[in-house]
Design a binder for this molecule. Structure first.
Ligand code: SF4
Length: 371
């Protein structure tokens, strides 16, 4: 664990904090948003919000893929699961997310065949083992997971696995960043950009944020020192009146990203409009299956009736995901809505802002070792 410990060293953290403090007192209030659920968890777990100068404000955005998945998608997945011949395969985080009137977990309790998998290749194997059943994989995630799903679809096509389907709720991050940037209520000065997504897409898709919208941008790693160093780089950009897309997470992210993974995605998916929980439909922010893979597209080929969307009237997940509301401002937080009794998606997912706040946000600690 030596390598990890180096990124949690409290002396280095204190040094970075001092440098941030030195620069911050020259600045007005500046607001940086993280748009990755792993960053959200890291920030809450390490207590960084409480360690920064008061005028350096961190806001959590729509970084958790399960959380941003709209109710209508969940309701459709539940409708698939109710078809007697269908096996639904999903990542575990989706199981307990409440839909309009049910959840995948509840449906499994009612004898629907719903299986938790760790990879789309696991779902392919289920399809091989059950040739007389239709297997629907719930494709939820950002650019990080889409290439693996694309590979699974190509593999199914090459094997002639006609019973393998994907329901794609994949989303891409840059159009959502544009939507956040143009939301006048947020007044974001810069973004802590997602390390995993950026390992795929590289730097170029973010350049408009710096060039057109004058936002400071840093692609960040996930350890406390990564995040602190990224905040320092953001503060330096603001102090210098400079705007750029910088890479702090250079041990993983290359400027050009991963061209092979992107090529795989582009072979199988086309950009589509997509609905984000709390943000509505964002043009070009989704990934739909290309027409040549239509026979594996669950949403294009399986006929189900999807119930009308209902959300809990007091749930403020939509505002939490847009950075307009802190979890504690939701009247249900830590009362009716807890990780054991989640009412909104943000309390279910391990990367959800409400779950992070519930677990870590009510106590203050540094989270860095005294090594
Ligand atoms: S506390 Fe629960 S109900 Fe409120 S915004 Fe968070 S997830 Fe939604």
């Amino acid at each position: 664990m030596k390598f990890i410990d180096e990124f949690r060293d409290s002396r280095l953290a204190r040094g970075l904090l001092r440098r941030i403090e030195d620069l911050a007192h020259e600045l007005p209030v500046v607001r940086f948003m993280e748009v990755c659920g792993t960053h959200t968890m890291a920030i809450y777990r390490s207590g960084l919000r409480h360690l920064l100068p008061e005028n350096i404000v961190l806001i959590s955005g729509p970084g958790c893929p399960v959380c941003v998945t709209a109710n209508q998608y969940l309701d459709r997945a539940i409708a698939y699961a109710r078809l007697p011949e269908v096996i639904v395969c999903t990542f575990g985080d989706m199981m307990r997310v409440p839909g309009s009137s049910s959840s995948l977990e509840l449906e499994r309790g009612r004898r629907a065949d719903i299986r938790v998998v760790y990879s789309p290749l696991d779902a392919l194997e289920v399809a091989r083992q059950h040739p007389s059943r239709r297997v629907v994989f719930l494709g939820v995630g950002f650019e990080t997971t889409a290439p693996a799903v694309a590979a699974a679809i190509q593999q199914a096509a090459s094997e002639g696995l006609a019973n393998f389907f994907v329901s794609s709720a994949h989303k891409v991050m840059p159009p959502a960043l544009a939507a956040l940037t143009t939301d006048g209520r947020l007044r974001i000065d810069g973004f802590i950009l997602p390390g995993h997504v950026s390992a795929i897409i590289g730097v170029e898709p973010y350049q408009f944020l710096a060039a057109e919208y004058r936002k400071a941008c840093v692609i960040a790693g996930f350890e406390p020192l990564d995040v602190l160093q990224s905040i320092l780089l953001l503060v330096q950009q603001v102090r210098d009146g400079r705007r750029a897309v910088e890479i702090q997470y250079s041990r993983v992210v290359r400027p050009e990203g991963n061209p092979r993974a992107r090529a795989l995605m582009e072979q199988v998916f086309v950009p589509s409009d997509a609905e984000w929980r709390g943000m509505g439909v964002i043009a070009g922010s989704g990934l739909a299956l290309r027409s040549e893979y239509r026979s594996h597209d669950a949403d294009a080929t399986l006929d189900v009736t999807v119930e009308p969307t209902v959300v809990h009237p007091a749930c403020r997940c939509g505002e939490v995901l847009r950075g307009l509301c802190e979890p504690q401002q939701c009247p249900l937080f830590a009362t009716a809505c807890t990780p054991e009794t989640p009412i909104g998606a943000c309390m279910v997912s391990t990367e959800g802002t409400c779950a992070a706040c519930y677990k870590y946000g009510r106590r203050v600690e540094t989270g860095v070792s005294d090594g």
